[in-house]
Design a protein around this ligand. Structure first.
Ligand SMILES: [Zn+2]
Length: 668
């Protein structure tokens, strides 16, 4: 994935034409034109509109009215040459001065004269204007109408993006993170996958020091696409893999610069001139663009997936395996959490309870009654635990579910072969349904009060060790039995700041070892925790396993049956049905001028600079990167721009290698 942020607003021309050539449909056509001829007032309208709420920094009078400077400041974007832009704006409902929330004297009303076409505005100018604006602003009183409005700056873009597409390379500010939008990939990754924390990056050292703003990147590599977005292409470069920079290992991307008639490929991240591999060679045309550019998604799109050659596989990829680990101890049974979990899993696998009930009656005993809701090819397995660990054989080879008990908590093992433990939910629907319906009653007679969590997690680990996968674990009481038992750390003593902080950390060696082993095996853990009586659960310790494996912890404080069942059901369904991969490795690379300073999120990183290890990665997984400025943020050429179209650009590559639910190893 490539995220590239550019400044220098003279972008247009050839780049736009290139985009036009690679039309994939009507939408492309539309987008290509927007950046070219300025006949697209829609963007201009939005642009103005958005700036209207940044006016507090430059009150009336600071901006030269209608002058080029002011115009640039307000509307730095290409292709808004037409005077019709202004006219169109006036027609926009939210630009009417009669709106109660809007000032009668907004400066940009006056600044609606003909705009300068694509006049470059450097960050220097931008930054330089700020202090001037602030000084003069102090002379006038702040007009409350000009205060930025959070609801408006949220709602207006939301309204706008109901009918418009967001093009990723046309120098528009990205839509707010809360706004649903359709992105059109023009070579930059969509803000859905990678979003910078600053829309304007200070380029000079002085600006970086005086603004003091940290720069970060928020990543959601597998973010769900919306309708209307082009599917991410999956590219197969065979045994050799995709072309990469020999020095920094950056993947081929739209910003690699081809020269020497197509023989040389200059890396956009490190500047290393690479020899183009023979099998990837294509001549360049007189303007320096590869003739096959329009046929190659990796040279056009900001987000691509590459199939990884076999030699890089850590293990043979298999379809996703889910292992349910269900707490059947007394508290879980008594409070209905067990019932809720079983109902929830049934609904997640086969649809809601009503549906499956009626279905079960109709087909009574038939196995392929209803299509399973888990992703095709995925398999599931079931385990329960209280003082001992129970495995279930619900495979099609048995007529009724069979239970195998492991009571050796010191050295727990998988009591059942993976072939019998992990089953296809559609094939074995009868047994699965039978098991989940009877589970709550199976443990009604003699419930043990103390769940043994850690041995159960280790047993799950041994069951999934060979393949990787996901453990979905429920727990309703503090695990106080067996190895790795936890105790009440918070004794309700006088809470000082220090010991309070202590409760949020853990140094439980056994849990840490379990978590490290899970990461090594590519196993993610999602927890569903409840404390029915508001009791103490050491979530800092338990949740660590989910945190470090890239999983999630759902917590139901004061669980009440049946009040919370719907929520549990929905969250279980989402956990199971969303797109996800396992055993992922991630790395962020950036060009000269920036350095990765820090990663934050749910993952494991052994040493600084090493790849992030995500035992589980889902469409919801996100992490963030903090950058440190390392000298001047560099000025680079857009590969398809001419010299006049020099852009300030800093490139960031995000590589995520992962094994998808049902597919092969990939790099996005
Ligand atoms: Zn490089």
């Amino acid at each position: 994935m490539q995220q590239q942020e550019g400044y220098g607003y003279g972008y247009a021309g050839q780049a736009g034409q290139q985009q036009q050539q690679q039309d994939v449909g009507g939408a492309t056509q539309q987008m290509g034109q927007m950046g070219l001829d300025g006949s697209a007032p829609v963007h201009a309208r939005r642009k103005k509109d958005r700036h209207a709420y940044h006016q507090i920094e430059q009150p009336a009078g600071t901006v030269p009215q209608g002058g080029p400077g002011g115009q640039q400041y307000l509307d730095r974007q290409p292709g808004q040459a037409s005077p019709a832009v202004g006219a169109d704006q006036a027609a926009a409902p939210w630009m009417q001065t009669t709106q109660p929330w809007q000032s009668q004297t907004l400066p940009q009303r006056a600044a609606q004269g003909p705009a300068q076409v694509g006049t470059p505005v450097s960050m220097g100018q931008h930054g330089g204007q700020q202090p001037a604006g602030m000084t003069q602003g102090q002379q006038a009183r702040v007009n409350p109408d000009q205060m930025p409005s959070v609801p408006l700056s949220r709602d207006l873009p939301a309204e706008y993006y109901k009918t418009h597409i967001y093009p990723t390379m046309e120098q528009h500010f990205p839509p707010p993170a809360t706004t649903p939008f359709v992105a059109f990939d023009q070579g930059n990754a969509s803000p859905k996958y990678a979003r910078l924390t600053l829309n304007c990056i200070p380029t000079s050292h002085d600006q970086q020091v005086s603004t003091g703003l940290p720069l970060g990147l928020v990543l959601q590599p597998l973010a769900k696409q919306t309708d209307g977005e082009q599917a991410i292409p999956v590219l197969d470069f065979g045994e050799t893999g995709p072309p990469r920079c020999r020095r920094c290992r950056a993947y081929i991307n739209p910003f690699m610069l081809f020269s020497n008639g197509g023989n040389r490929m200059t890396c956009n991240l490190c500047g290393h001139p690479n020899q183009v591999p023979e099998e990837y060679f294509a001549p360049t045309d007189p303007s320096g663009v590869r003739v096959d550019r329009t046929q190659r998604p990796e040279l056009l799109l900001g987000t691509c997936e590459f199939l990884v050659p076999k030699e890089y596989w850590s293990k043979e990829p298999v379809p996703m395996r889910y292992l349910f680990l269900i707490d059947v101890s007394a508290e879980s049974y008594n409070r209905g959490f067990l019932q809720g979990i079983c109902d929830g899993i049934l609904a997640a696998l086969y649809g809601t309870e009503e549906e499956s009930t009626s279905n079960g009656e109709e087909t009574n005993g038939a196995t392929e009654a209803k299509p399973s809701k888990v992703p095709a090819g995925a398999k599931v397995g079931f385990m329960t635990f209280d003082r001992s660990i129970h495995f279930y054989d619900v495979s099609a080879s048995v007529s009724a579910p069979q239970q195998l008990v492991v009571s050796d908590l010191e050295d727990p093992f998988a009591a059942i072969s993976p072939e019998r433990l992990f089953i296809d939910t559609a094939e074995c629907q009868y047994n699965v349904t039978h098991l989940l319906r009877s589970l709550p009653n199976m443990f009604a007679r003699q419930p043990f009060p103390e769940p043994a969590l850690l041995p159960s997690l280790n047993a799950a680990l041994s069951a999934l060790e060979a393949t990787g996968g996901k453990v979905i674990c429920s727990l309703a009481a503090l695990p106080t039995y067996g190895p790795g038992r936890l105790h009440v750390r918070d004794k309700g003593q006088s809470a000082t700041e220090d010991n309070e902080r202590e409760f949020l950390r853990t140094d439980h060696a056994a849990f840490k070892k379990c978590q490290a082993d899970m990461v090594k095996a590519g196993i993610g853990v999602d927890f569903f925790l409840s404390a029915p009586m508001g009791g103490y659960l050491d979530i800092a310790t338990i949740g660590l396993v989910a945190e470090k494996t890239g999983g999630e912890t759902y917590y139901y404080p004061n669980w009440s049956y049946p009040r919370d069942c719907l929520r549990l059901e929905k969250e279980l369904s989402h956990t199971l049905q969303r797109e996800q991969g396992y055993a992922a490795l991630m790395k962020v690379r950036c060009s000269n001028g920036l350095q990765v300073a820090h990663y934050s999120g749910n993952f494991t990183q052994h040493t600084f600079g090493a790849d992030l290890e995500l035992a589980s990665v889902t469409e919801d997984s996100s992490m963030s990167v903090t950058f440190a400025y390392d000298g001047k943020v560099s000025v680079r050429l857009n590969p398809v721009a001419t010299k006049e179209e020099r852009r300030r650009a800093t490139h960031v590559e995000v590589r995520l290698a992962f094994t998808l639910v049902l597919l092969d190893e990939r790099v996005r």
